[in-house]
Design a protein around this ligand. Structure first.
Ligand code: GLY
Length: 396
């Protein structure tokens, strides 16, 4: 086993980390109830934005996770839970308005937006508006499906050759489709999800089990064409968060399809990730970099990978489950000890040293949110801790 001697996070530390996080969310409510967190902090502080970016669902997800934590405290947490529920429901109104008015929804991130916000609100407090919004979001997501190539196109106009591609991140958008099929009894969402998973996994995972961020298809025939990075360092390297989306994506793919091949992919993609971590187990933004490189980290990838492992172990035998549980506990120990915010005066976020989009001479992304808190880094930190604290019912 790699990292044999790395310490694991204790139950007491999990409670402490989750308690601070939930309180931090409550402290943020005055500024972030009618508005949303920007995707990334600036000098450690998030500014409010309208509900018009692909990341806003993570903040609402944090509100729901904090709500669950406060509810779990019983009478002591009652007042805060009430405040959080109210804020969550206000945000669901905003998500319903967003999908009704089609505000910035011409992309594939309907799952990132609507699972941790609206599906969560429906599951936790029975929000009918949450259910309505999430089904509409699933309807929006399937409009991006290309039956010829059998994939959901990530970005841009559907007939643009420069956008005729899928991206690994989309694996996290698919649970919304499974949920919509279960909820409506209409199998069309599930069928599209399954086709996409198959196409994605077959093409974005390379022979050595590193992953492409994006993969292009031939517009005429739908045949796989070539991989390319957008947010990774270069074509051929492994963008850390892409690899982490692959870990969690394979675990979810198995959960929803029951196909053994996804367990195998999970194990290999996870192994590649672990083998390319630096000493403290929190990756640099691209797995090409390691100790001694003057490059920023992406702490969000550590929490995302831990969530994937904690999901996967539910379906594994005891021996495998113990191995991945230990890795998840070690990852969260390092994130908690070395990256988590411990003082609200330092940041209004939860986890520092995350990287959204780091421009390099060889990639095509813009430069922002580098070495900052990122909204999904905070969300998945709380999700991983919640998974460690109790038997958590997924928002995904
Ligand atoms: N889904 C975009 C990202 O992970 O930055």
């Amino acid at each position: 086993m790699l990292f044999e001697n790395m310490p694991v996070i204790t139950g007491e530390e999990v409670d402490c980390a989750l308690g601070f996080s939930a309180e931090q969310v409550v402290r943020n409510l005055p500024e972030f109830t009618h508005r949303f967190q920007k995707a990334y902090s600036e000098n450690g502080f998030y500014h409010p934005i309208e509900n018009n970016y692909w990341t806003t669902g993570f903040w609402t997800g944090e509100i729901w996770l904090a709500y669950e934590y406060m509810k779990g405290l019983g009478e002591t947490g009652e007042a805060a839970a009430g405040q959080l529920r109210e804020a969550g429901e206000i945000q669901i109104d905003s998500f319903l308005n967003r999908i009704d008015k089609k505000i910035e929804v011409d992309h594939h991130d309907m799952g990132f937006l609507y699972s941790p916000s609206c599906v969560a609100g429906y599951k936790l407090v029975g929000s009918r508006k949450g259910r309505e919004a999430a089904i509409k979001a699933a309807d929006q997501l399937i409009t991006r499906y290309h039956p010829v190539g059998e994939f959901i196109q990530a970005w841009g106009p559907m007939d643009a050759p420069e956008n005729y591609r899928l991206i690994i991140d989309c694996l996290l958008n698919l649970p919304l489709l499974y949920w919509a099929s279960e909820e409506t009894g209409d199998g069309k969402y599930r069928e599209i999800a399954e086709k996409h998973i198959h196409t994605a996994v077959k093409n974005v995972i390379r022979e050595d089990y590193s992953t492409w961020h994006t993969f292009f298809f031939d517009m005429e025939t739908g045949a796989p064409d070539h991989g390319a990075t957008c947010q990774g360092y270069r074509d051929g390297s492994a963008w850390a968060r892409g690899q982490a989306w692959g870990i969690y994506g394979c675990a979810l793919a198995y959960k929803y399809t029951g196909r053994e091949e996804y367990v195998d992919y999970f194990k290999h993609v996870t192994q590649y990730f672990l083998e390319h971590l630096p000493k403290d187990m929190v990756p640099f933004w691209d797995l090409e970099f390691t100790d001694g490189d003057d490059q920023p980290r992406d702490s969000s990838s550590a929490s995302i990978a831990a969530c994937g492992m904690l999901e996967m172990i539910k379906s594994m035998g005891a021996e495998d489950a113990a191995v991945y549980k230990k890795y998840a506990l070690q990852l969260m120990k390092s994130v908690y000890d070395n990256y988590a915010v411990k003082d609200a005066g330092e940041s209004n976020g939860l986890v520092l040293h995350s990287t959204y989009s780091n421009h390099s001479p060889y990639n095509t992304c813009n430069h922002y949110g580098v070495d900052e808190c990122n909204s999904w880094g905070d969300y998945f930190y709380m999700e991983a801790l919640t998974r460690l604290q109790k038997d958590w019912v997924l928002y995904w």
